[in-house]
Design a binder for this molecule. Structure first.
Ligand code: HEM
Length: 397
């Protein structure tokens, strides 16, 4: 009997005990599984690595634009707004947007942020080091990507608290603590203003570059810029936060890997990818079939919804040796934590890796004996494998 997958149930993604029990069951017994959904149209749950990759790389058959890449059904109004964001666009519209924004996210552009990210990590540790304890999420993992987004935006320091609040509201919509507040619109309005201000006071760095015309005469409009900032706040924040928190949790459950990293810092190059595979901060995205087709031999009808479960694919023994072993020396590059390799492959993957590398390097230097002092509290979300709170202790320094 197939288990009922509740995509809003945080226990689906709980890593302790048997990891991903329901998703593992599906991958092994019913890898392309029809899941009726009383609140929506139902969907095919795709859980095998090879199928997740195949769906991700065929945007002409599995569309992000026809309905939405997000798991929720959207109203027609919501759908129109949603498709202004590249995550829910198909080629050729997506290709145009992606080419405009990707010039800001090349490994070279991102590498320039390293010193600033290191300074942010040290500032965060400075704030808690004397007390010998912290909430890993609230004090370290959450502020880091938020600071980095502010940095990318070139937002004045005085605006940071507001940006923090709006971003939290924008990403926490599933969670009762954040219900009701429209952080998305506030952030969009703010970014539009910032884009307009750029005409007289140019923004530095990546975001400034997106508002400057290229040789072919193309730049983001203020509205596109606003949408892109909203996407960054959603795509870059909770993901990185939960990769960092989930990584810390993994190290606490596998202390030999923490000692290994301490003894061999060159593993800081591969550890971020293993953390992203292990944690899989983004559980799943949705596609809609544009015509009758098949996945792994299963017929799929036009307009059927298909949800690719990265979490299940990242533990597929056909793709990884000993997938249930957390091994920070595992060769990077094949997991689907940043997507299955299609046109939507995570734009921020270089930035996310850099943030994780510098954060854990800073912790090895400043709080080498960091350890969990209580079990983490999880976020109820259909989108991210979230940790809300995770108390840690370390020797004050
Ligand atoms: C897309 C994961 C960090 C920006 C995605 C996708 C995934 C993902 C799974 C969809 C891929 C697909 O549909 O094939 C993650 C994870 C992160 C992370 C696990 C952290 C560990 C970031 C950061 C940024 C970012 C730091 C930027 C600041 C984006 C954008 C897209 C995206 C803009 C949409 C790309 C497109 O539609 O072309 N990410 N992400 N992400 N991510 Fe990330």
């Amino acid at each position: 009997m197939a288990p009922r997958i509740d995509v809003y149930d945080p226990s689906v993604y709980e890593r302790s005990g048997i990891p991903f029990a329901q998703l593992t069951w599906l991958r092994e017994n019913s890898p392309v599984h029809w899941h009726p959904d009383p609140e929506g149209p139902g969907f095919w749950a795709v859980t095998r690595y090879a199928d997740v990759v195949a769906v991700s790389r065929a945007p002409e058959v599995f569309s992000s634009q026809r309905r939405s890449a997000l798991l929720h059904e959207l109203t027609p109004e919501g759908l129109a707004t949603n498709q202004m964001i590249m995550l829910s666009q198909d080629p050729p519209l997506h290709t145009r947007t992606r080419s405009l924004v990707s010039r800001g996210f090349t490994p070279r552009m991102i590498a320039r942020l390293e010193d600033r990210i290191r300074a942010i990590c040290h500032e965060m540790v400075d704030r808690v080091i004397e007390q010998g304890s912290a909430d890993f999420v609230g004090d370290l993992a959450a502020p880091l990507p938020l600071h980095v987004i502010c940095e990318l935006m070139g937002a004045p320091a005085a605006d940071r608290d507001a940006i923090f609040t709006w971003s939290n509201q924008a990403i926490g919509a599933d969670d009762p603590e954040y219900e009701g507040a429209d952080g998305t619109m506030a952030l969009f309005g703010y970014a539009m203003e910032l884009g307009a201000r750029h005409r007289t006071e140019p923004l530095d760095g990546i975001m400034g570059a997106l508002l400057e015309e290229t040789a072919e005469g193309r730049a983001l409009t203020e509205e596109e810029f606003g949408m892109f900032v909203v996407l960054l706040a959603v795509a870059g924040n909770e993901t990185t936060r939960n990769a960092a928190s989930g990584g810390m949790l993994a190290f606490s459950r596998h202390p030999a890997q923490w000692r290994r990293l301490q003894a061999d810092r060159s593993l800081l190059e591969t550890a971020p990818d293993e953390i992203v595979r292990w944690v899989t901060p983004v559980n799943a995205f949705r596609r809609t079939a544009t015509r009758d087709t098949e996945i792994g031999g299963h017929p799929i009808a036009e307009n059927d919804k298909v949800i690719v479960f990265y979490a299940a694919a990242n533990r597929d023994p056909e793709a990884f040796d000993e997938p249930d072993v957390f091994d920070i020396g595992r060769p990077p590059g094949t997991h689907v934590g940043f997507g299955g390799g299609g046109p939507h492959f995570c734009l921020g993957s270089h930035l996310a890796r850099l943030e994780l590398r510098v954060l854990f390097e800073t912790l090895l230097d400043r709080t080498p004996d960091i350890a969990l002092s209580a079990e983490p509290r999880r976020l109820r979300s259909s989108f991210v494998n979230g940790i809300k709170e995770m108390p840690v202790t370390f020797t004050p320094g």
